[in-house]
Design a protein. Structure first.
Length: 98
């Protein structure tokens, strides 16, 4: 039973690591907060290095920023914690696209 469970977890992990999956517009819109949601991040767009999420390239809106990260001394806003986690794991990969 333990081997079956480990195989399931491994297969699920591999399937969820497809970086192209988030490029689907319906997926991007489904994980992003709406501008009317209070996300708890109290920051002005003028304080961010860019108004685009580095991972999904979605425009982040003031009041709908789900999370932020300080990368190389600049603050970046993200539409979701998932996008932030992907960028923080390998920031240079996404900063080079900017």
């Amino acid at each position: 039973m333990k081997n079956v469970m480990m195989a399931f977890v491994f297969a699920f992990t591999l399937g969820s690591c497809d970086s192209n999956a988030v490029k689907d517009e319906s997926v991007i819109n489904s994980h992003a907060p709406t501008p009317t949601e209070n996300t708890g991040v109290d920051i002005k767009l003028s304080e961010l290095a860019t108004d685009k999420d580095l991972y999904c390239e979605m425009t982040v809106a003031e009041g709908a920023i789900a999370d932020t990260a300080n990368i190389d001394g600049k603050i970046y806003g993200f539409c979701s914690a998932m996008c932030k986690e992907e960028v923080v794991a390998d920031p240079q990969k996404y900063l080079s696209k900017k």
